[in-house]
Design a protein around this ligand. Structure first.
Ligand SMILES: *Cc1c(COP(=O)(O)O)cnc(C)c1O
Length: 355
């Protein structure tokens, strides 16, 4: 019998969440971001489910080529663009849409001679200081790039604090608007958080990622509270149980100490599957119709939970780590990270099932 450690992926939830984002920004076209293997949910699963988006976005040319080779014909934006002649050739051959964000890409384009790109986006740095040309050069760059591109170039930037309503967003917006004033081009600024909560960032194209997967980027609300549906349910099963006495300690480093007699359950999932090792004792899981709590440091293939006194749980019962009953955002808070990291981290050792 094979191990029943399973990530169930629900494509209808992806479609529901896309509709929610469209309702929120009805004027904008949608680039559905599916980089990093669809935020850990599966690149192709996400691409197929999100056929209703106007465009897909991946980080690298390689991811774009993978999608094409799997038969995805939708427009594909490559957020990091091309970096050499090889990648540029792939972009042209497969009609990927590169983001142009640095001078070396313009050189690669120049060195390629006469070729014209079908489409390209031009990225301006307005304060994130990761990718992007200096915003003040927008007009120059656009005049230089547009003749090399058949369709109108889209101007984009990325916000560093979109999940907070703070002055940094206003500063970035102001920089962008000053830099592009008078230029005839479509704009794209908003990721999920901005598209949801900062109306002035919605413009022509929104670029949601995390919310498509049913996950909230905001620390004070879960996706469920926003009306989103979780796309991934991560579960395993109880493979052993034991009764422990007050004073007994559980797991590596003996971190968890039983204050009274309790029942400990062993679940067949660990950090070797992508469950975070650094969760604290008390992190919730769901078993036999109730919450139970992580007790002890998760190990590579297993973790231990303290079962409530009245639990009917028995060996073989399914245990949900996150999904329907336990929000992945909650597990993220218990492990001092963000839900983005948790879903991206699920390993291929886990069985992925499309439901
Ligand atoms: C990843 C990414 C997004 C999507 O961000 P979410 O917070 O997941 O919505 C949008 N734009 C760019 C440039 C990105 O890198």
């Amino acid at each position: 019998m094979s191990r029943s450690t399973i990530a169930r992926i629900n494509p209808r939830a992806l479609q529901h969440n896309l509709r929610m984002l469209r309702q929120r920004a009805p004027q904008a076209r949608v680039v559905a971001v599916i980089k990093a293997d669809g935020y850990g949910h599966g690149l192709l699963t996400a691409a197929k489910a999100l056929h209703g988006a106007d465009m897909l976005a991946v980080a690298t040319v390689e991811e774009g080529l993978n999608l094409r080779h799997s038969g995805i014909a939708a427009p594909i934006l490559v957020l990091e663009g091309f970096h050499n002649q090889d990648e540029l050739a792939g972009v042209c051959r497969e009609q990927l849409v590169p983001v142009m964000h640095a001078a070396h890409q313009l050189q690669v384009l120049d060195q390629a001679g006469e070729i014209q790109l079908e489409q390209a986006w031009l990225k301006l740095d307005t304060g994130m200081h990761r990718l992007g040309f200096p915003a003040a050069d927008a007009a120059n760059l656009l005049h230089k790039l547009q003749p090399r591109v058949q369709q109108p170039v889209v101007l984009m930037t990325h916000l560093a604090n979109s999940e907070r309503d703070c002055s940094a967003n206003a500063r970035q917006l102001k920089q962008f608007d000053q830099a592009v004033a008078g230029l005839m081009a479509a704009h794209s600024i908003a990721n999920s958080a901005a598209a949801w909560s900062l109306p002035e960032t919605r413009r022509d194209w929104i670029r949601p990622g995390i919310m498509l997967y049913g996950i909230s980027p905001f620390t004070d609300q879960t996706g469920d509270q926003l009306g989103l549906q979780p796309v991934m349910q991560l579960s395993s099963e109880l493979i052993a149980m034991r009764d422990c006495q007050a004073g007994d300690r559980v797991g590596y480093g003996s971190r968890f100490e039983c204050r009274q007699a309790i029942r400990i359950g062993v679940v067949a999932i660990g950090y070797g599957d992508g469950y975070p090792r650094h969760v604290r004792d008390g992190t919730p899981v769901w078993v036999a119709g109730h919450r139970a709590q992580i007790a002890g440091i998760p190990s590579m293939d297993m973790l231990t939970i303290a079962l409530p006194r009245d639990s009917q749980a028995k060996v073989g019962d399914p245990v949900e780590l996150w999904g329907q009953h336990i929000a992945v955002e909650e597990v993220a808070a218990w492990s001092d990270t963000i839900a983005y990291e948790l879903v991206c981290q699920v390993k291929s050792r886990v069985k992925f099932q499309i439901i």
